[in-house]
Write a protein that binds this ligand. Sequence first.
Ligand code: ADP
Ligand code: MG
Ligand code: ZN
Length: 480
Amino acid sequence: MAGYESVIGLEVHVQLATSSKLFCSCPTSFGQKPNANVCEVCSGMPGALPLPNFQAVHFAALVGMATNCSVRSRSVFARKNYFYPDLPAGYQISQFELPLCEHGYLDIMGDKGKKRIGITRIHMENDAGKSIHAQHENLSYVDLNRAGTPLVEVVSEPDMRSPAEAVAYLKTLYGIVTYLEVCDGNMEEGSFRCDANVSLRPVGSETLGVRAEIKNLNSFRNVQRAIEYEIGRQQDMLDDGKRLVQETRLYDAVKNSTAPMRSKEEAHDYRYFPDPDILPVEILTEDLEKWRKELPELPQERARRFREMTGLPEAEAEVLVQSRGLADFFEAAAQKADPRKVANFVLGPLLRECHARGLAASDPTQWGMKPAGLAELVHLVDKGLISAKIANDIFGELLLSGDMPETYVTAKGLVQISDSAALAATVDDILAANPAEVEAYRGGKTKLMSFFVGQVMRATKGKANPALVNELLESKLSGS
Ligand code: ADP
Ligand code: MG
Ligand code: ZN
């Protein structure tokens, strides 16, 4: 990359989780029979009158407030004209000159520490339907169930300088819209997807280079890889002395490459004009104030608070807040037991077992374990009733079954042996069985301590209280 700097700006489409569409009352439910959720408005019949969904405006305004934008009390829907088979009206209803939100920013962890990424605007628009090409050799089908679903498009400034910064920005935005509960966050179903604009320019240059726009990336991994590939491709072109053209490209995850789709259209190609069928959206000041008060604690503030509670480093606190479900679970358990110890169980065994057992780490309703169960497990280890190792070993079972830890370890006979008389007998047996090691230890090979501890642990199947074992061994080996 010597000589060039990469410049990235993202356009993110966030599907709003309203129950009905943006301009009609058809349901937004996913996975229905094709064209089941369709009426004259969302199928673009001439003369049908669209009526904005106030819930969608509310959700969109929350996204704006949470991303430090100013939210307009008066915004205007505009027609964006283009032809595509899955766009039955021949235009998309979007916002152009007066979008709902503008001039925001997000703070992210950039390549060189904290970094502020500008948000140019957030506008509302309706989604298109879907063309289906795979079902027939030479016919295409159109499914309009998605047509009219409310979206916000969050447009960033070209402030990112690497694929990692683009992903960090996206994850921050994703955290916000899912915490707000205005988006279901299902990236596979396209509820959160992004177009990545990528260009290169000579290091030190202030002017922007020619950009390619990579359409519809629907996973963080694809965003990372598509941008990496695109930077490499543009670099090669420039190194070969070729000229780049402004164009729209598609990313192929299987081939891990991008290919041209069409030359990039300019805004004037769309012939935007205010939609004469829809009145400007007016929001009362009192509604805006009410909505602002509704904003929940967002991931970054929550991570800061969790760091104070636990003393954990930033990266780990961020894992705890990566979903609202996981953060709520942690916080409920941390009210009943030492927060740092609870966090260690969440970051270690809990995430590991979710992964191993195919449970969503973001959705505690899928697990048997409740916050009280995790807190009790922490107490069992604290009280020396079970060892940390056993707690770790049984975690998966407890997570799945939801059994309360104390009942479980008692029933399974896993309670630690903290009875010194019983342990003393075992220690005596071990010393008697290993006279050579005892002599070597007394002769100065004190490293053998771990050998003796290991033997006692083995004899007790890991149930001996380690502190007590060490104490007993030390006194017996130093004595006669
Ligand atoms: P359009 O909506 O036609 O794609 P915009 O001018 O609104 O065009 O830009 C869309 C996105 O592209 C924004 O996120 C912006 O930051 C980004 N962008 C614009 N120019 C460049 C460039 N030269 N390199 C990288 N990103 C760019
Ligand atoms: Mg664009
Ligand atoms: Zn409809």
